[in-house]
Design a protein around this ligand. Structure first.
Ligand SMILES: Cc1cc2nc3c(=O)[nH]c(=O)nc-3n(C[C@H](O)[C@H](O)[C@H](O)COP(=O)(O)OP(=O)(O)OC[C@H]3O[C@@H](n4cnc5c(N)ncnc54)[C@H](O)[C@@H]3O)c2cc1C
Length: 440
């Protein structure tokens, strides 16, 4: 336990709650300030509108949550979340080929994001060190200019609360970078324009013995195809249907009254057929992500002390790849590791360095895919054409080579680094696949 008293966490979303869980072992009082009202059931909320859309929990996220909240996976499952065999029950059309289907050794838990967040909250409310103040919005930091230190926050209602550490977990719309800019402190950032649109609805489907999948993903074959569709069973024996379009392929002008019209636009008709007999149980939700941003907080030399950023506040990654929550979990575990093993000085600075190491390879992996569209603008990763060529061949081989698909699953689920896809056998198969294609 540190000889420190109080932490304020701005934002009671996923990253905020994970940070609270970790810091609660080291500080006497953790106060989460959340602008939304408290929810009384697993329901979407205004401050996290993305919660209406598909939220995959990757293996790294699921295993990390279990480490932070022992027993949570069982709680998800006993309240209706759906456990699937990650390779047998997922039907995935990707870059023009179906992935292999087999009874593999990994499982994935399917549920809505509000269900997942609800269960995290059930653990948080049992922690006596953690207080959550709902319906309060943080307006700015309290700053000691002489010491270059954040000493607290000011709420929109004018109240001031002091703390030893302020954690900004307010997500992609965080005010921190604007506030810091006003103080003459610049956070370098990478921003990539993707003009992504999500459209989702929960439906009921009639029983169908021929349905041999629990989640179906119909991904585009870029650059010509820009739209994806997914249908996933979730808690309550319902199905969450989501369409995702890059570069305004689902245009902002379009009034979407039924998902069937969007389903018709996909190159595969599977979701269209399912929707013929679907009974909608929610309204249609739309969410837009014009660009993704990585704020390189680790590069700021004169960052005020006493301020730590985590989750989407640092990096909003392309949600299409389902990594955001899992990145927040891995970051929380990194924070835990720092607190457990290192001197307690400069925690925020050390954490920002670790977070950058977590984000960098994922950011590059995502951009390799986003830049398949010529409309994507921003800083391209080094060696992009080679990365794209290599990744494309790995995707194609995942439709016929179990070992390669297995390695790809581990990378995609953030369990292993990209380098495992560079093993000699995989390089050999990629070259073989590529030469075969060019000979055809
Ligand atoms: C459409 C979409 C689909 C996604 N799909 C996936 C997926 O499949 N898998 C996955 O892992 N991730 C996915 N993500 C990413 C995931 O939603 C985020 O990475 C994750 O929510 C990050 O959590 P966070 O706590 O950093 O931010 P948020 O979840 O945005 O939480 C921020 C919280 O701060 C509160 N807040 C904001 N400002 C203030 C303030 N001034 N004062 C007080 N409170 C404040 C908000 O109300 C909110 O509760 C998706 C994102 C989007 C947009």
């Amino acid at each position: 336990m540190l000889d420190k008293n109080k932490v304020i966490i701005i934002g009671g979303g996923i990253a905020g709650k994970l940070a609270a869980r970790v810091l609660s072992n080291y500080y006497k009082e953790i106060m989460i300030i959340e602008q939304d009202s408290e929810v009384s059931s697993p329901a979407p909320r205004k401050g996290a509108p993305q919660g209406n859309h598909i939220h995959a929990l990757l293996h790294a996220g699921e295993h990390g949550l279990e480490e932070l909240f022992p027993g949570i996976t069982e709680k998800f499952q006993s309240t209706g979340a759906v456990v699937i065999n990650s390779t047998k029950d997922l039907a995935w059309h990707h870059h023009g080929v179906w992935k292999l289907r087999y009874d593999g050794s990994y499982t994935t838990t399917l549920q809505t994001r509000p269900h997942l967040e609800w269960h995290i909250n059930q653990y948080i409310i049992q922690d006596k060190n953690i207080i959550i103040q709902y319906n309060q919005s943080v307006k700015k930091f309290i700053y000691d200019e002489v010491k270059n230190r954040i000493t607290g926050i000011e709420l929109k209602n004018g109240s001031v609360i002091h703390a030893d550490l302020v954690v900004d977990a307010s997500g992609a719309s965080s005010f921190s970078h604007r506030w810091l800019t006003e103080k003459g402190i610049h956070i370098p950032a990478e921003q990539v324009k993707i003009d992504l649109t999500y459209v989702s609805q929960i439906v009921e489907l009639p029983e169908n013995d021929d349905r041999d999948w629990t989640i179906k993903l119909l991904y585009p074959n870029p650059p010509h195809e820009k739209m994806a569709g997914s249908i996933s069973r979730v808690e309550g024996n319902r199905y969450l249907v989501t369409f995702i379009g890059y570069h305004d392929s689902i245009t902002s002008k379009e009034k979407i009254t039924s998902l069937v019209e969007l389903a018709k636009k996909l190159s595969k008709s599977d979701i269209y057929h399912e929707l013929q007999n679907a009974n909608p149980v929610t309204d249609i939700s739309i969410y837009r992500v014009p660009h993704i941003t990585w704020r390189k907080i680790d590069k700021v030399k004169n960052l005020p002390e006493g301020l730590l950023m985590i989750g989407d506040t640092i990096c909003r990654i392309d949600p299409f790849f389902g990594q955001g929550m899992s990145i927040a979990v891995v970051e929380a575990l990194a924070l835990k590791g720092i607190l457990e093993t290192q001197s307690q000085e400069n925690i925020a600075q050390k954490f920002h360095q670790e977070a950058a190491k977590i984000i960098a390879p994922i950011w590059n992996m995502v951009l390799t895919e986003d830049f398949r569209y010529p409309e994507t603008t921003g800083k391209k990763p080094l060696g992009l054409p080679i990365l794209q060529w290599y990744a494309k061949n790995v995707f194609l081989l995942s439709g016929k080579d179990e070992k390669i698909y297995d390695s790809f699953i581990k990378v995609m689920n953030l369990k292993r680094p990209m380098t495992i896809l560079m093993k000699p056998r995989i390089v050999f198969e990629v070259l073989k696949c590529s030469f075969k294609k060019s000979a055809e």
